[in-house]
Design a protein. Sequence first.
Length: 538
Amino acid sequence: MKGNDADVLEKAYDSNVQDNAELYGFQGDSIRNPIPVLAEEEVFVEVKDLKKGLEQRHIQMIALAGTIGTGLFLGSGRALATGGPVGVFLGYLFTGVLVSGVVISIAEMSALVPLSGSIIRQAEYFFDPALSFAQGWNTVYNYSVGIPAEIVAAGVLIEFWVPTSEVSSIHFSVFNGILVIATNLLFIRVYGELEFGFSMLKILLIVGLIIMGLCIDLGGVPSQPRLGFHYWRDPVSRFCGFWTTFSNAAYAYSGVESIANAAAEAGKRIFFRVLIFYVLSIFVVTLLVPSNSQDLLSAQQGNAAQSPFVIASSLAGIRVVPHIVNAVVLTSAWSAANSGMLTSTRTLYGLAHEGHAPKFLLKTNRFGIPFICVLCLGFFIALGYMTLSDNASTVFTWFQNLVSTAVLIQWCIISLVYLRFYYACRRQNIDRHTELPWAGPCQPYAAWMSLLSFGTILLTAGYPTFIKGDWDTEQFFGAYFNLPLIFGLYFGYKWVKGTKVVGLEEMPIRYYIDIAKKHPEEEEVELRGWRRLAILWS
């Protein structure tokens, strides 16, 4: 959107605020405070521009499988070793249920206000512009450490084939990072096709691993005894280890809330997708890999083959499968980094568009890609060079802790903003189930449960550092650095700009309901035959 189009929308915005001030209950200074009210034209031009170059199958598949990365395939190994089979299963299950509450919350708001930036923009309308600013930069920070985490994880995985050495790991990480930057500088359709292909590989891998795992566990492999729940009884899980799995699970689930950005319908199926892709795969692994396995424990010290999925197939004596698993997991690391780069550059571009970041970030190349944003985020890939002083697995753990904290804060913010939105609907006598485009179930209880639970996990994530004799500066920094950062951004912006929390009566919910009624979503076409497989990305 350039030139005259931007001027037209800016004028539409100004006139829209004035013309609708009395109709929607805005009085006095609140008209230009401003409570954000976008022009109808701007809402749908923005949505249209966002989807340019990507088909619906691209958007949905990227949202679903783009978040499945090394947190599930690689980070779950550390969770299994510390929490035991029962602990890691319950940790991922509980986190999945709580994340479902976050997803249905953001899905409900996104169905009403379907704009780029999702919670960043919604926080401005339904809470406080200062929170929008803080969450925007918190998202950029999240991906600035999350992208190199995936790059470093790829270095860990390549050691499965290449003898452990600093040179081989760092060289591969650099190559992977350059590839991620180059892909995000090309046509968006090229990116979409690559991600769609890699996402399908990840889904097929998970389904294949679940089937293979059940066959191994039930005695379907020659010369391999039936395992059943043997590893659930020996060794025994411990509560403290179980509690630490929440941070690992948070990293694994990071980004899953973006499923709701593409369509609210995805929010209805999120629990079943989480159950299949995360919880069931973790359950199968706990049946096959003992938490005190020497392979798993050696991986904890930074050796290769840290993925419990690779270890499971190796213990079963299957020679070819570990190489296939490692190869697909390797592509998933690159895919997750790729997906993170796209999301973060869009976020940074949106911040610049809103005046919350330098305007030079708005420059685009001839493909319409914000290349300055891509290069700025690509600069942080250099953090992967920390593997020169420590092994790749240790560095990956550092990044994992940082990302986990940022993700927990984001989930708390989503729940908090939704609760303000929910109680504003009640204050304005809006029936969510009949007037909103989509209303999430179990509200506000789901949002309250997610907010209180993730808040508790966030505050206790670094508890091992407070045990006498176990102080670890790196772990403490990873667990709590993001807390002063988010509060500093919020109160700093609030102090400089003098923003106020948006009142429940002032939220422009009724206005956006009227826009949604004028532009209803198309009805879903019933899928038949093999096309029913499209439910994975529809």
